[in-house]
Design a protein around this ligand. Structure first.
Ligand code: TYM
Length: 337
């Protein structure tokens, strides 16, 4: 709980296009589930997106598309604050101050920077390097206590806690920033590629067949699951054996999460069989759960002024909260405004 005794959630999704079932199962589905329990801020993190070059027109469209995904997945804009990051300048202001709190050595440990920058680190934007500090600012500006994310964000959340702790210590303001708790569910916190389960499902993977995106049609879903890698042996009868078959294990996690069926029940249902029945049923489950979201996103994207208005209203509400924190921070740090 934060100082006012409330439980506050903040999470964000980058508007970099083609949200997939990893984003949905690892994050957005959880947002929907917890929206009545917490005060929630769901952000479209457009400033994070531009750490890698984005075509400006496409960025605008993708920003609205993330808002559409939130709504189409079932997030209620009247109960929760849905907004885009750049509309609340306090995020960037706090990020600058946190740049001065975070240590270079801490950022040098961030594996996501290493993955994203690749071999040509010298050519990565400085924004990409300090990206985790902006993420910490997103969370701390609302004094969020809980952050639902996939496991790829775990290290960034640990850094956020370290930054919050150091700020509180350096400025002698114990408990000013709460140390946010990650909300990461074990099995679905890392949905893997359909082609190679040693890699996470990702927007940047070159093959479309590695992921199911939320706007895929039933035919596209069918074709992708048909091609998805399984195993040369029938479905084993224990979870321990299934876990060794990484691609199968990943498909079972997707099945389990979408149908709310425990893994062992799924294994019992298909044990000893080849994978065609399993794949047919998984396809049906995906079509039943994902295509309505894609269809609703399509409808919402036809009414872009409505989406712009949702973001605008959300940003005004978010700004009211963020302004209070940034004023406190300026005062604590000794900046006159
Ligand atoms: P982003 O936009 O890459 O992903 C959005 C959310 O989807 C989760 N996710 C996955 N979960 C399971 N399996 C996968 N294959 C998978 N791929 C992505 C991510 O963990 C994330 O929860 N840095 C963040 C955005 C961000 C943020 C924040 C999140 C900015 N500020 C503050 C929380 C709080 C990111 O790049 O997410």
């Amino acid at each position: 709980m934060n100082e006012s005794g409330t439980k506050v959630v903040l999470s964000g999704v980058q508007p970099t296009g083609d949200l997939h079932i990893g984003n949905y199962l690892g994050a957005i589905k959880k947002f929907v589930k917890i929206q009545s329990e917490f005060d929630c801020f769901f952000c479209v993190v457009d400033l994070h997106a531009i750490t890698v070059f984005q075509d400006p027109k496409v960025l605008k469209k993708n920003t609205l598309e993330v808002a559409a995904t939130y709504l189409a997945s079932g997030i209620d804009p009247n109960k929760n604050i849905i907004f885009n990051q750049s509309s609340v300048p306090c995020h960037a202001e706090l990020a600058w101050i946190l740049n001065c709190v975070c240590r270079v050595g801490w950022l040098n440990r961030m594996t996501q920077f290493k993955d994203k920058a690749g071999k040509d680190k010298e050519n990565a934007s400085t924004g990409l390097y300090i990206y985790p500090n902006l993420m910490a600012a997103d969370i701390l500006i609302y004094k969020a206590t809980h952050v639902p994310v996939g496991s790829d964000q775990k290290q960034h959340l640990e850094l956020t806690r370290d930054i919050a702790q150091k700020f509180n210590n350096d400025f002698g303001c114990e408990d000013f920033f709460p140390l946010p708790e990650p909300m990461i569910d074990n099995e679905i916190s890392r949905i893997m590629s359909l082609k190679d389960a040693s890699k996470k499902m990702s927007k940047s993977e070159p093959s479309d067949f590695s992921r199911i995106i939320l706007t895929d049609t039933a035919d596209q879903i069918r074709a992708k699951i048909k091609k998805a890698k399984t195993a040369d042996v029938p479905m084993p009868d224990t979870d321990q054996e299934v876990t060794k078959l990484k691609e199968v294990s990943n498909l079972i996690n997707i099945y389990s999460s979408l149908s709310d069926t425990p893994r062992d029940k799924i294994i019992n249902l298909y044990q000893g069989k080849n994978f065609s029945d399993f794949k047919n049923d998984l396809t049906d489950i995906l079509i039943k759960n994902i295509t309505p979201i894609g269809n609703e996103m399509g409808k919402l994207m036809n009414d872009q002024s409505y989406l712009v208005e949702i973001l605008k209203q959300g940003s005004l509400k978010a700004y009211e909260k963020a302004k209070k924190t940034i004023n406190e921070v300026y005062d604590i740090v000794g900046l006159i405004r």
